[in-house]
Design a protein around this ligand. Structure first.
Ligand SMILES: [Zn+2]
Length: 66
């Protein structure tokens, strides 16, 4: 099984007229909005990870120091 992932809709305009891009593996082009984008598999979520993304945690960057 390859890691080729085919998007069903353009993430920008929602159109289904997508085609593989010549930019390389995982790259797609939308004929509707002429955007090119790349899909990248980041990995599997940890078991039980159903909450918000760790980067969205307000405790890290939202410090109270003026
Ligand atoms: Zn599009």
């Amino acid at each position: 099984m390859s890691e080729r992932a085919a998007p069903f809709y353009c993430p920008y305009c929602g159109d289904e007229d997508l085609r593989p891009s010549e930019e390389g593996h995982g790259a797609w082009e939308c004929r509707a909005c002429s955007r090119a984008f790349r899909l990248k598999f980041l990995g599997l979520l940890a078991p039980g990870a159903a909450g918000p993304a760790p980067s969205a945690a307000p405790s890290a960057s939202d410090g109270g120091t003026p």
